[in-house]
Design a protein around this ligand. Structure first.
Ligand code: BDR
Ligand code: CA
Length: 308
C-alpha cells in the first residue's frame, strides 16, 4: 500500500505526541509537515515540542509555526493537563533543529498545491490555521483528500459541560472549517473518551524502546485521565481511524458549531432536524469505537503485535 500523505496541524501536547510518534513510525502514513498552533500551550512551546519530536524520531519532517491565538477570542491554554512545557515529564535533549522560516499557512498552501496526490489534513488542535488557509487560499480546498479531526463530540464536553477543548478554543475557526465543504471526519469525545489505555499497556510501551519510553514518561504526567482508571489519548484516535477505520462506526450527521453565548464551542448534531428534512448531514462522525481493539492496536504499534 502506498503511504497516505498527511499534514498534522497540532499543538503538542502529550496526546498529540503519541499521535505523531505513531504516524511517523507507521509505513502506511507519510507525514509531510507538522504545522503548529497555540492551544494546549503557547505556540512557541508547541513548535519547540514538535521539533523535539522530530529530533527524537530522527525524522526528516519540517516543522512550521502557525497561529498563536484563535481568530476572535483569547486563547485559554491547559498547562494543568499537559504541563507548563506542553510535554512535561521527559527530559528532552537540547534541540538543534529550527522551524521553517515561513508561516505554516503558507507552507501548507504550497505543499497542498504542489502535491501530486491529495493530502489529508489531520487537525488535532484548534482549527485556526486551517480556517485562515481556507480564507486566504480557497483553491486548496479541492486538492485536499479529507480532514480528519479530533474535536467536539455528540454530548458533553471536557472544557465545560458542553464544549470540547479544541473547538472551545476557536469555535469561529472550527465553524469555518466544518462548513468549508471539504470532506471531514470528526472524532469527538464520544469516541475518544472510550479509547483508553491502562498501566499495563503503558508499561509494555515503556519497555519497547526510546520512543515508547519517552511517551510513557509523558503519560505519567498527563492529566487526561489516569493510567489506573484509563488514560485518554484523544489525538491518537485520529491516527487509529486513518489506519484502521474498521475499528470505528461512522454516520453522516449534521454538525454545527455554536460560536457565541453560553454554549460557545459546542458541536451540535440535530438529528431531529435531519429527520424532518430541515438539515443535511455534512460531517462523517465517528459514533463508536471498539475500545479493546483500539487498546491492542495502540500497544501493538510499539510492541510489534500489529502490522506497521
Ligand atoms: C484535545 O484537547 C487537547 O488538550 C488534546 O491535545 C486534544 O487535542 C482533547 O479534548
Ligand atoms: Ca491536541
Amino acid at each position: 500500500m502506498k503511504p497516505r500523505p498527511i499534514i498534522f496541524d497540532t499543538d503538542p501536547g502529550i496526546d498529540d505526541a503519541a499521535a505523531i510518534v505513531i504516524a511517523v513510525r507507521n509505513k502506511n502514513l507519510d507525514v509531510k509537515l507538522l504545522s503548529t498552533v497555540g492551544a494546549n500551550v503557547e505556540v512557541e512551546k508547541t513548535t519547540m515540542n514538535a521539533l523535539r519530536l522530530t529530533e527524537l524520531l530522527e525524522a526528516d519532517i519540517p516543522v512550521a509555526k502557525g497561529c498563536g491565538e484563535p481568530l476572535l477570542k483569547k486563547l485559554e491554554p491547559c498547562p494543568e493537563i499537559h504541563g507548563v512545557t506542553g510535554m512535561d515529564g521527559y527530559d528532552f535533549p537540547p534541540v538543534t533543529r529550527k522551524p521553517l522560516d515561513r508561516h505554516s499557512v503558507e507552507v501548507m498552501r504550497e505543499m497542498i498545491m504542489e502535491s501530486e496526490e491529495p493530502i489529508t489534513l489531520v487537525v488535532i488542535g484548534t482549527h485556526t490555521n486551517i480556517a485562515i488557509l481556507f480564507r486566504m487560499y480557497p483553491e486548496v480546498k479541492e486538492r485536499i483528500a479529507e480532514i480528519v479531526t479530533m474535536g467536539g463530540g455528540l454530548s458533553g464536553g471536557n472544557t465545560n459541560s458542553t464544549a470540547e477543548f479544541n473547538i472551545y478554543n476557536d469555535p469561529h475557526a472550527a465553524a469555518a472549517v466544518f462548513g468549508s465543504g471539504v470532506p471531514i471526519t470528526m472524532l469527538g469525545l464520544n469516541v475518544t473518551n472510550k479509547a483508553v489505555i491502562y498501566r499495563e499497556d503503558a508499561e509494555k510501551i515503556d519497555a519497547s524502546g526510546k520512543e515508547g519510553h519517552m511517551l510513557y514518561s509523558l503519560f505519567e504526567h498527563y492529566r487526561g485521565g489516569t493510567l489506573d482508571a484509563g488514560l485518554k489519548i484523544h489525538d491518537a484516535v485520529a491516527v487509529a481511524y486513518m489506519l484502521h477505520p474498521e475499528m470505528f462506526t461512522t454516520e453522516m450527521l449534521s454538525v454545527e458549531i455554536a460560536t457565541e453565548g453560553v454554549a460557545a464551542g459546542t458541536t451540535v448534531s440535530d438529528f431531529r432536524a435531519v429527520q424532518r428534512g430541515e438539515k443535511t448531514p455534512n460531517v462523517n462522525v465517528c459514533v463508536d469505537v471498539d475500545a479493546e481493539k483500539f487498546r491492542q492496536w495502540f500497544v501493538g504499534e510499539f510492541c510489534g503485535q500489529t502490522e506497521r
